[in-house]
Write a protein that binds this ligand. Structure first.
Ligand SMILES: Cc1cc2nc3c(=O)[nH]c(=O)nc-3n(C[C@H](O)[C@H](O)[C@H](O)COP(=O)(O)OP(=O)(O)OC[C@H]3O[C@@H](n4cnc5c(N)ncnc54)[C@H](O)[C@@H]3O)c2cc1C
Length: 190
């Protein structure tokens, strides 16, 4: 006999419930899935496949994987998850999540629905780029957000810093006085 919550979710909670549903399969979601898989949990990882650094050619500063392509890094993460029987991956965007009773129901854009005891959000963050002609095209190629990730590749080259307020000022100090990535700077307050 199905409970009211089960009827609302259109699912049998005793047979078809994941311990954890993770939304987001970037480094954070894959790490969570790995640790939960190793803890013998039944995990569903839902990923829309648009990681924050998708425009970058290489990811740097990650121990043992310095310079790897971001796509390959995620591919290795997914491959390693395949060892763990309890972890499933669904490719697709989660468009809805509801708490019904003590369960969470997520709906993917293709209409598929899944139920979990816990919901883990690993959706990353979205960069909102300034509306400057050409900025979006150069983002991740020659415009960077992080000197630790990409400063080495452009060291000793002329550099313009774009930023405002304390954050822009801090970045200027970091690049000029604390580090030696570059010798020439131009500060463009916005
Ligand atoms: C241009 C650039 C270069 C970078 N270079 C480096 C570097 O060299 N080294 C470094 O350490 N870091 C680098 N970073 C930072 C790095 O990208 C982030 O730290 C990292 O991606 C964060 O991982 P995450 O899992 O939190 O988020 P993300 O990698 O953004 O992954 C989030 C995932 O969740 C998915 N998602 C979001 N919403 C939904 C939804 N509703 N349903 C299903 N899936 C969803 C997204 O599609 C995405 O696949 C760079 C960032 C940028 C922008």
């Amino acid at each position: 006999m199905l409970t009211t919550v089960e009827q609302a979710m259109n699912v049998n909670l005793h047979t078809n419930v994941f311990d954890v549903i993770i939304i987001g399969g970037g480094p954070a979601g894959l790490t969570a899935a790995l640790m939960l898989g190793r803890a013998c949990k039944r995990v569903l990882l839902c990923d829309a496949g648009k990681p924050r650094n998708q425009v970058a050619h290489a990811a740097h500063g990650f121990f043992s994987r310095d310079g790897i392509s971001p796509t390959e890094l995620l591919q290795i993460g997914r491959e390693q998850l395949s060892l763990y029987d309890g972890v499933e991956i669904q490719v697709g965007e989660v468009v809805d999540a509801q708490k019904l009773g003590d369960r969470f129901q997520v709906t993917l854009s293709d209409g598929n629905q899944f139920v979990g005891r816990k919901l883990l959000l690993a959706t990353g963050m979205k960069d909102s780029l300034p509306a400057i002609d050409g900025f979006a095209e150069l983002w991740g190629g020659s415009i960077f957000h992080c000197p630790y990730c990409h400063g080495w590749e452009v060291r000793d080259q002329p550099l313009a810093i774009y930023g405002k307020g304390e954050v822009g000022l801090e970045m200027t100090f970091m690049l000029t006085s604390c580090a030696i990535w570059c010798s020439v700077q131009m500060v463009l307050p916005n």
